[in-house]
Design a protein. Structure first.
Lengths: 386, 386, 386
């Protein structure tokens, strides 16, 4: 560990210990207090996705499992207090309190982990933590503009994205692609971490953990009376993408690919995010089914071509799981939500793409300055006794 | 994939996209809305059992893990919307709404996965999905007769089975045995998938996941004021079966068998289902203890004999974990529930056995027509790169 | 299995089947009933920690995974009803009812599993169960004195320990060390189970499961209106210890040690227990950060020295994860909680240390009488086909 990273640690610690206020509480024994404590259960489900779900996805990346797990751990530990800290500065709208604050911080951590999937295997642990800080700033700017009327570009409430298809999934994937593009050298393309990444059945278990808790992710901030319809829509979308992934992988590859099953099954959850509390059950199932097929197409057909043509190495295929299905979900809102402000929706998607790509490219350059290697890292470089 | 299965896919998709109505909502900010949102937490716990619990049980079936995981995924994805769709036709009583609908659909998926345990390793992925459709029809007919007064055979509410010892566990196990019997050829008996199935310590982890969330399964539809007594009874029953499984395996085998520990520990949860909200804590513990010992006896003594005598190959031993303990739980209600309608209880158990066995045998014949192999499938036959 | 253990089984069963009363219920449809049912969700989260979290930590202990998992299963199954049974005798204060009773029983099981971590690999399964009974008596005596005014030593409510830094973590660790010391022979010290214990990446996943549900552990018995502040403090403390563990392991070892990451990341959760509902967010983060560094120091520097000097073999390093951070949390309350009764706090900590060490040493002697081996057990000695 060099001097620069030690300094950044010291600064980070200093910053973390100041400025966070204790959260206020609702009236004792009131229904509102019970509703907020209920929201807490969904917050914990999201935490299970962040650490246990992503953890399983990471645990058997060949020769890199310990690094991937540790990086996941550290990115979560940096982004949760980091989000709250930056919010407390007042730069990006109001500072949320209580469980709402916890859930918004978890959303930022989820988006960050998606982003990290694009560059997995090509950073050292402390570089993931540095990327977390860079990512958070851009993420919070985008969130503020789209959802809180930041800079007056989009009226508060006009952009439809309850479960974060655009703000969380598409943003994270595009930022990650930006970092990957500006960090990837010619030599990187000769190795294929993606091929190795997906080889183990534990990624199927990780996928299942994410599937199970996905309804809580989308309904995290939804009012109690809308919970039933919202969560059932999410389950329907996931069922749709799961079934279509099976037929898609068979149709496109003539045999079943375990990586397709572990990934594209979740595309319904990504795509239903924007409209999860606004559509009927069959529409949710249809959105999920389309997303599942499109995502499978991405993994089976596009991934190889993209890497050849555009020289992008997207380690975990986040563009196929989060990027394209996320955008699909955001655009689907234009069709299925009656009375939607189409201009605001399109503008919001455009802003997201712009901020994510530009900030991602810039962050990749910055990260390259702190050290870059053309071949993948292995656990043995940072871990004892491996 | 042949033409027939492509057609069935197309039909399935067509059917899935129509006929499901959005679910209504309760009054904003009302206590009822909070109670339904609370029920949602238990619905997610059941989902964790279906995918994560069964997932761990499946992940290291030798040479068949990817298939077992994918089959589990697909059966869940087909049965959840399938149950809601068939219910919406009005053939089997009222169509439930909201979280109640989600939980009832999950119950059907749980029963289906139990059923699939009996034939694990002997179907292709799309055959599991076809079996799901056949299973659902029979399951919903039985559920309607026992719990909703279908055909006027049993008065609504007279059959005691809160947590599904009979309707979910015994039905699933017996249907699965029916399928296994009518699909099993002489050659099948020479191989023993059961012996291989249970060899890994991950099945112990899967067992633990099911154990942890079992109280939510039994209490899923129970009113808030009965939750405490119900969940504690389930925990007591599980503790009883866990302790007796240990002593049972030592007594019957003179050493500990990991498969017994991974399975019979759960028998208390199966058996307490019928009466979980109606008995005192010591009675619950006693029911669980008896079920644990009986189930261990089944695995240690009966399993080998049954396979030799009756030529049944029950891959995961579902008769010992779900069949016998489920029936035990249903019969136990006759003794421990005061004022129970004994005629209705016995009739309900008899109807369940009849429908499950007959429909299972018929489904097995039908599945055989779509293709049958005498040796077990392996991942390499359907999965890429294995 | 010898005659003595058979007798103890028979007695245990007899005892378990008597004396437990059904739990009362709150008024139908009342907010209080909803609040208690909500508490149930946290009870299930704790159960997930006990079996799934500890399960992952145990699953790949080399050559001992099946034994470790089975021992965990059995200790949970004995201690949950055991706690309720002993409480029903009235020796240690009032007998709790409903979900509160379930959570208090889970706390005792958690403390027992921590204790067992110190002697993992050196007991047979039935000895773990015997230790459970010995442990419970001492645990409940200490809990009664510290929290319920037992023997009039400490006024009820004067001892600050909401999330159990002292009562659960420090007590379990110290009792376990006591057992380890009085059971450890010279020959034991030549083998090093600790070195093998931590080698697998699954312990990282187990750590993550514990991390995720830790807020529910600390907030289990907290009123709804205090849930938000409490759980966010716990998350902040865990983030603090996670970040400091990374920098600690790098600083002290010059490379990352996976065992440090799997363990010391949780020290923040241990240390924040005492004060989780009483401090502000930055203070919680600071307590967690200090605990994370101290715990890493324990694993990286102290562990080897302790084993050499004091001839203690602490298999899982519970003194570094639960002992020292637990005491740290209890002492931290003296500084950060305004108006705390310092005498009561110090007395409570002293009593905990005294009871845990004395009862642990005595239990170790007793366990030695039932059989002791100087080399570690392996699965093959008790399990079939290993």
């Amino acid at each position: 560990m060099n001097q620069g990273s030690m300094l950044s640690v010291a600064l980070l610690c200093l910053v973390l210990f100041t400025g966070l206020a204790p959260t206020p509480s609702l009236a004792v024994g009131s229904l509102d207090a019970v509703i907020e404590a209920q929201m807490y259960n969904r917050a914990i489900h999201i935490m299970a996705m962040l650490l246990i779900g992503f953890g399983f996805l990471m645990v058997f990346v060949r020769g890199y499992g310990l690094s991937a797990l540790t990086a996941t751990y550290m990115m979560v530990a940096v982004s949760l207090p980091g989000y709250l800290l930056i919010k407390s500065f007042g730069w990006f709208g109001h500072a949320p309190t209580g469980i709402e604050a916890m859930i918004l911080a978890e959303f930022s951590a989820a988006s960050l982990l998606i982003c990290a999937g694009a560059v997995l295997g090509r950073l050292k642990i402390w570089q993931y933590m540095l990327m977390a800080v860079l990512f958070l700033s851009a993420y919070m700017l985008n969130e503020w503009i789209l959802l809180e009327g930041g800079w007056g570009l989009i009226a508060t409430g006009a952009f439809v994205d309850t479960g974060g298809s655009i703000v969380i999934h598409a943003f994270g994937a595009l930022f990650g692609l930006g970092v990957a593009v500006s960090m990837t050298t010619r030599k990187d393309r000769d190795i294929s971490p993606a091929a190795e990444y997906t080889s183990d059945r534990f990624s199927l278990l990780g996928s299942m953990v994410l599937w199970v808790f996905w309804p809580s992710f989308c309904a995290a901030l939804v009012a109690p009376e809308m919970i039933p319809a919202t969560v059932m829509n999410v389950v329907a979308a996931l069922c749709g993408s799961t079934i279509l992934t099976y037929f898609g992988t068979l149709l496109l590859r003539r045999e079943i690919d375990a990586a397709d099953i572990a990934n594209a099954t979740l595309a319904g959850g990504v795509a239903i995010g924007s409209t999860c509390d606004k559509v009927s059950l069959p529409v949710a199932l249809a959105i999920g089914a389309v997303a599942g097929f499109v995502s499978t197409f991405g993994f089976a057909v596009l991934q190889g071509k993209m890497e050849k043509l555009h020289r992008i190495v997207d380690t975990c295929g986040v563009s196929n799981l989060h990027g394209i299905p996320g955008l699909l979900g955001g655009f689907a809102a234009l069709i299925v939500v009656s009375g939607i402000d189409k201009g605001a929706q399109l503008l919001g998607i455009g802003i997201t793409v712009a901020i994510a790509v530009v900030a991602g490219l810039a962050s990749g350059k910055l990260l390259s300055l702190t050290g870059h290697r053309s071949d993948s890292y292995e656990d043995s470089e940072e871990f004892a006794g491996e």
